[in-house]
Design a protein around this ligand. Structure first.
Ligand code: 5GP
Ligand code: ZN
Length: 113
């Protein structure tokens, strides 16, 4: 089956995109778990964070910069937000295209469950 996040990156599936550039996109999660729930992805297909190599260090830093930027734009940077990467089945990963969840706009709980 084709990767849904590759499809979104290629504009062959629709999503509410809030930021995009040459290397990354941020868009609204279809099933939000918080008032702000964005997904930040690399354009390039990377299945899980375990697949990252040293060559991807710049890209990973860039994804964090995008997260900071969209958190600020959504007005939650100062209040606080959470970044989550689910890796493999026990963590609950369902889409095998690397993504950061950015969650905010409410108090987060810990441990996350
Ligand atoms: P995971 O469980 O893999 O960490 O997270 C996958 C996330 O992608 C889930 O929060 C799910 O709601 C979201 N998602 C799955 N399919 C789509 C889609 O087609 N569009 C959007 N915007 N989000 C999706
Ligand atoms: Zn993909």
């Amino acid at each position: 089956m084709e990767c849904i996040f590759c499809r979104i990156a290629e504009k062959r599936s629709s999503a509410r995109i809030v930021y995009e550039d040459e290397h990354a996109l941020a868009f609204e999660d279809i099933n939000p778990q918080a008032p702000v729930h964005l997904l930040i992805i690399p354009r390039r297909h990377i299945s899980t964070n375990l697949e990252l190599t040293e060559e991807d260090n710049r890209l990973v830093g860039h994804l964090l910069q995008v997260a900071n930027r969209v958190a600020a734009e959504k007005g939650i940077a100062g209040r606080g937000f959470r970044l989550v990467i689910n890796c493999n089945p026990e963590a609950g990963q369902t889409v095998y295209h690397l993504h950061l969840h950015l969650l905010g706009g409410r108090t987060m709980h810990w441990p996350p469950g």
